[in-house]
Design a protein around this ligand. Structure first.
Ligand code: PRP
Length: 207
């Protein structure tokens, strides 16, 4: 049986629809229930709904053979998994944002609030800027408003959260999208099934 970790939420529903069209159906997944695990023995698949940021953990440790995770999570946690496909959905960008009118003073260490400490550190190391990372777990936009940080590094999708908090993008860090990932040994044992899924998904992506 192929074990598939889906990110709970709207993205996961889109992903499931793609997998179903690719021949990996399990209609019970769409039941409006509190159940989190669904099997379809006929199609030889089992789906679980997990928190989006946990998908890579399930896949890395082999509890799921494959899953779908955002490139942000893969860059931040660098799990030991195969990245098989860019699904071209869940698109957004990782960016540096600051209050309107912000001007960087390069003689001072820049205070950066973020949930993505590694991505932020790698980005600023790349441009040779000294920073102090303030790691937060959410609502990052508040940090520069209340003086906890100078800028933030965060995900921007529609830009609405930034606009409503009078922040603006000042630098682009990296584009983000959803990726199909696989456990390394699971891939060896279930190569045929996973490759069939990839072949079918590729048709959906280019379609
Ligand atoms: C993400 C991100 C931004 C927001 C961006 O937050 O951290 O706050 O979405 O989306 P927008 O550009 O469409 O407004 P999320 O909902 O994951 O919550 P959290 O980071 O506060 O936990």
């Amino acid at each position: 049986m192929l074990n598939i970790a889906l990110p709970k939420g709207r993205l996961g529903e889109t992903v499931y629809a793609m997998f179903a069209r690719a021949g990996f159906e399990c209609p019970a997944v769409l039941e409006n229930s509190r159940k989190l695990i669904f099997d379809n023995e006929a199609a030889d698949v089992r789906y679980f709904w997990v928190k989006p940021s946990d998908v890579a953990i399930y896949v890395e440790r082999g509890a799921a053979d494959i899953g779908v995770a955002g490139k942000d999570i893969l860059l931040e946690y660098q799990p030991e998994v195969y990245e098989l496909l860019d699904l071209n959905i869940g698109k957004c960008r990782m960016a540096v944002a600051a209050p309107e009118g912000f001007q960087d003073n390069i003689n001072r260490t820049l205070r950066v609030a973020t949930k993505f400490s590694r991505i932020a550190r790698d980005y600023y190391t790349g441009i040779g800027r000294d920073i102090d990372i303030i790691h937060l777990n959410g609502s990052i936009e508040i940090a520069p408003i209340v003086g906890l940080s100078d800028v933030i590094v965060d995900i921007v999708e529609t830009g609405k959260t930034l606009r409503e908090n009078h922040l603006q993008v000042i630098e682009e860090v990296v584009p983000i999208s959803a990726r199909l990932i696989a456990n390394k040994s699971g891939f060896k044992f279930k190569t045929e099934q996973i490759e069939r899924l990839c072949r079918e998904l590729r048709k959906e992506i280019t379609a």
